[in-house]
Write a protein that binds this ligand. Structure first.
Ligand code: MEV
Length: 333
């Protein structure tokens, strides 16, 4: 038997980092996907093949106490630890230990802040659970995806695997989520081309929080308030212009607060300012920062903003919100 599953990338619109401290956040699944194929093998090992994860190819296989790296490239190896934990968790849930080969292909750049690790974990859990005949809802798969992130990263709010498993537009807080109406926002995502490690950035913010709680706590609380305001705007029947203008201002405030936490970089800020100068109503980091991506809200100015991002050294990406989360693409008996 062979199962092919896919899961989408995400962008966090508002509330990254503060969401780790129990504040709310708003995120959307986007139409870039990771595909995971799972099938039984005869040698009893877990084998992971990652031929196209936007980093050089790598094959890793492991049995109970040994790992066999046929090639080792840092970023790809990091992604594979999510896959490995995802397979282990599903096997624990079923109580079955079987030889399974998992092959990954992905359209999502690794370390770009677009949730590539969560998408690969969710698609792996989806494919392997189906293969092992374990019935899980997408919400249950999101919870297992969160466990994978906690095991690999140490800290995680769970927002990335939840958006990837459930899809659409979500308001998320402390493991619970509410689906928001899907508004097609006129956004442009800008990729710096460099990557940040979510684990390191979350640890960096935690360190500042522990050292200066009286300063960092109000920043995180302001971020939570920005998210509440953005949710009101998204839900309200405002005149479109006013809605976008206010949302844009909230994005700019959220970016400033993220910068204050120390997760921006010069290239991220260059893309943010270039977009604003080209007419975007708002621009901010999306995801953990330290490289990766920013996004802008630019009604009527998307092509001007995309050009400005390119001139400032970034890679503009035109994306759409994906209503669908985890999807079983194909089952061959
Ligand atoms: C990463 O996409 C979002 C962070 O808030 C981490 C998390 O929520 O687990 C930085």
């Amino acid at each position: 038997m062979r199962v092919l599953a896919s899961a989408p990338a995400k962008i966090i619109l508002f509330g990254e980092h503060s969401v780790v401290y129990g504040k709310p956040a708003i995120a959307a699944a986007i139409d870039l996907r990771t595909y995971v194929r799972a099938e039984f093998n005869k040698n009893g090992r877990i084998r992971i093949e990652a031929k196209d994860i936007r980093t050089p190819g790598l094959t890793v296989s492991f049995s109970e106490d040994q790992i066999y790296f046929e090639t080792d490239y840092g970023k790809a190896a990091e992604v594979l630890s999510y896959v490995r934990e995802a397979i282990n968790l599903v096997m624990e849930e079923t109580g079955k230990q079987k030889g399974v080969t998992v092959s990954i292909t992905s359209q999502i750049p690794v370390g770009a802040g677009l949730g590539s690790s969560a998408a690969v974990a969710v698609a792996t859990i989806g494919a392997v659970s189906k293969l092992l005949d374990l019935e899980l809802s997408n919400a249950e798969i999101a919870k297992l995806g969160h466990k994978v992130e906690l095991l690999v990263q140490g800290a995680s709010s769970g927002i990335d695997p939840t958006v990837s498993a459930v899809g659409g537009f979500l308001y998320y807080q402390n493991g619970s989520f509410e689906s928001l109406p899907v508004v097609e926002l006129p956004i442009v995502v800008g990729y710096t081309g460099s990557s940040g490690s979510t684990k390191e950035l979350v640890t960096k913010v935690r360190k500042s929080f522990n050292e200066m709680p009286e300063i960092i706590d109000p920043i995180l609380s302001s971020m939570g308030k920005v998210v509440e305001k953005a949710r009101e705007i998204i839900l309200a029947e405002y005149n479109k212009e006013i809605k976008f203008e206010l949302l844009g201002r909230l994005m700019n405030i959220n970016h400033g607060l993220l910068d204050a936490l120390g997760v921006s970089t010069k290239s991220l800020s260059d893309l943010v300012y270039a977009s604003r100068e080209a007419g975007a109503l708002g621009a901010k980091i999306t995801g953990a920062g330290g490289g990766g991506c920013m996004y802008t809200l630019a009604p009527g100015k998307q092509s001007e903003v995309a050009t400005a991002i390119k001139i400032a050294g970034g890679m503009p990406m035109v994306t759409k919100i994906s209503r669908e989360g985890l999807r079983i693409e194909d089952i061959v008996q």
